[in-house]
Design a protein around this ligand. Sequence first.
Ligand SMILES: Cc1cc2nc3c(=O)[nH]c(=O)nc-3n(C[C@H](O)[C@H](O)[C@H](O)COP(=O)(O)OP(=O)(O)OC[C@H]3O[C@@H](n4cnc5c(N)ncnc54)[C@H](O)[C@@H]3O)c2cc1C
Length: 435
Amino acid sequence: MKRVVVLGGGFGGAFTALGVARGLRAGEAEVRLIARENYLFFTPFCTEIVGGAMEVRHATAPLREILRGRASFLEAAVEKIDLEARRVETSAGPVEYDLLVIALGSATGTFGLPGIRENAHFMRTLPEAIAFRNRVIDCLEEGSRMPKSPERTARLTFAVVGAGPSGVELACDLRDLLNDLVPRQYPDIAPLEVNVKLFEGGDRVLPGMDSKLSWHAEKRMKKKGIDVRLETQIRGYNGREIALASGSFVRADTLAWTAGLAPNPVVAALDVPKDKGGRIQVDDFLRVNRHAEAFAIGDCAAFVQDGHALGPEGQVALQEARTCAHNVVAAIRGGLLHTFRFRRYGRLVSLGRRYAVTELFGLRFRGFFAWWLWRTAYLFRLPGIRNKVRVMLDWTLDLFFPRETIRIRYAGEHAVAMDAASAPTPASVKADRPL
Ligand SMILES: Cc1cc2nc3c(=O)[nH]c(=O)nc-3n(C[C@H](O)[C@H](O)[C@H](O)COP(=O)(O)OP(=O)(O)OC[C@H]3O[C@@H](n4cnc5c(N)ncnc54)[C@H](O)[C@@H]3O)c2cc1C
C-alpha cells in the first residue's frame, strides 16, 4: 500500500487529506494527516473571538471528526522534511511516505523591526486570539482602578498595525467590544478614554479591495471611533511606546500586529526553489519542483497564475486542496493529473456588527446586506452541521445580548500586574528595552 502523508491541519491540509481518503478505494493507500493541534481553526473568525461575538470552540472543528476514520491522524510537531529520503521527522518520531502534501501554512513576519516579536500580540492562531482578548479585559480591569494619568491612558489604548482584512476586522471587532462593554460594565472609565488606533504604512485601508469600498471602510471605522492613521510607518515597539518612522512616539500598552507574513520554519529549512517570500514554488499540478512525489499548497506554496503568485488566502488553500487531492489519487493510480486554476468568487471583510464591505462575482456591496452575505458565506464554509448551528446561535445571541468580560486564566497563568514591566504577558516582556 502506498503511504500518503499530509502535513498541516489547516484549510489546505485537512481538506486534502479528506479528499484523498474519499477518492481512494479501501486498501488502495494509507492516508495520514499530521498536525500540531487536533483541530482545524477557522481563521476568519479569529477577530470575532477577540470581540466576544463567538464562543472559542465554535471556531474550530476536530480533525479526527472531519476525517471520520477515513484517514488516520497524528498529533505531532513536524520538525524536518527530508525529500531525498522521503521521510518526515516529527516530535512523535520519523514518518516515511511515498506521496507527501506540505500544507504547513505561514508564520507572522515582523520585517525585523525591534521589539515587535517580543512585545506585540500576533493574530494567527487560536491561542493568540484568546491571549489578546484576555489582555484587553485585563487592561480594562486595571485601567478602571488606575488614577487618571498618562499611564492610565496608555493602558486603555489599543493599537493595531496593518490595515489588511485581518487588521481592519480586528480593529472593528475590538471597537465594538469596547463600545459595548465600557459604558455597561466599567462605570469608572469614560468611553472616550478608551482608544483604538489603526496604523497602516500604505495610503488606504484594505488595499486589495476596490478603492471605493476601501474609502467606505475607512469612513465607517472613523465613525465607530477608530483612530485610522494611514501612511504611518512603524519603526519599533517596546511594550509602552510605538516608535513611528516620522520620529514621533505614540503611547500604547497593547499592540496587535497583523502586518507581516514569514515562511513556516520547517518550510524555510527546506532546500527547494522558493519565491522571494520563502514560499515553495510549485508547478501547474501543485508539485514541488524536481519532486514529483511531493505537493505543496496553501500559504506555504507559491502558485503562479497569469504571471502573479496567488496570495495567502483561505479560498486559495481550499481550491488547491481539491485539485491536490485529485492529483494525489491520480498519482497513486497512474491517472491524469489536473492543472490548478484559481477562481476568485469575491472578497468579504466584516467591519464589526451588522456592517461589511463585499465584492462578490464582480458586484460590490456594503452595509447590512454585505454583512449578511459575509456571515452566510462563512457559515456555509464551516465544516459540519453542529458547528454551523453553534455559530448561528452565537451570532443570534450577539444581536440581542451584551458581550461578556469573563477572562479565564489557566492554571499557572498570571494576571497582568499593575506594573506592566513585571507582568508575564507578551505585551510587557522587555517593556523597558530601548527601541
Ligand atoms: C486572522 C486571520 C484571518 C483570516 N481571514 C481570512 C478570510 O477572511 N478569508 C480568507 O480567504 N483567508 C483568511 N485568512 C487567511 C487564511 O487563514 C489562510 O490563507 C489559510 O488558513 C491557509 O491555509 P493553510 O492550510 O495553508 O495554512 P493554515 O490554515 O495556517 O494551516 C497550517 C496548519 O499547519 C499546522 N502546522 C504548522 N506548522 C506545523 C508544524 N511544525 N508541525 C505540525 N503542524 C504544523 C498548523 O497547526 C495548521 O494546522 C486569515 C488568516 C488569519 C491569520
